[in-house]
Design a protein around this ligand. Structure first.
Ligand SMILES: [Zn+2]
Length: 106
């Protein structure tokens, strides 16, 4: 059977839905203290994101180092300092800084 060619839009739609579902499952796994499972789901979501070239939506935050979804108040810490949002992963201690210029302009 030959590979059926789907339009880029269809691929993106399916990809987005799958990523959404996987990230939901991943966050659920974190809540149940199943970090191993959570990481696996993020890994799968990333792979789909790469393949379909849509990536993981920005609002779905995950640790770039240990690949666990970052959920404020659950497994990461969010602090503001020097006009930066500092997110610390409680699993591996990795920190990420992000300027919040956009929010300030509002
Ligand atoms: Zn981490």
């Amino acid at each position: 059977m030959s590979k059926r060619r789907l339009s880029q839009k269809t691929v993106e739609d399916i990809g987005r839905r799958r990523i959404d579902r996987l990230m939901d499952l991943s966050e659920e796994a974190v809540r149940q203290d199943r970090g191993d499972r959570a990481r696996r789901y993020v890994e799968l979501a990333r792979r789909i994101g790469m393949k379909t070239r849509i990536g993981i939506p920005a609002e779905r935050r995950y640790c770039k180092k240990c690949l666990i979804p970052m959920m404020p108040g659950v497994n990461c810490r969010v602090r503001l300092s020097n006009h930066m949002v500092v997110v610390t992963c409680c699993e591996c201690g990795e920190t990420r800084r992000k300027p919040y210029v956009r929010e300030q302009k509002r």
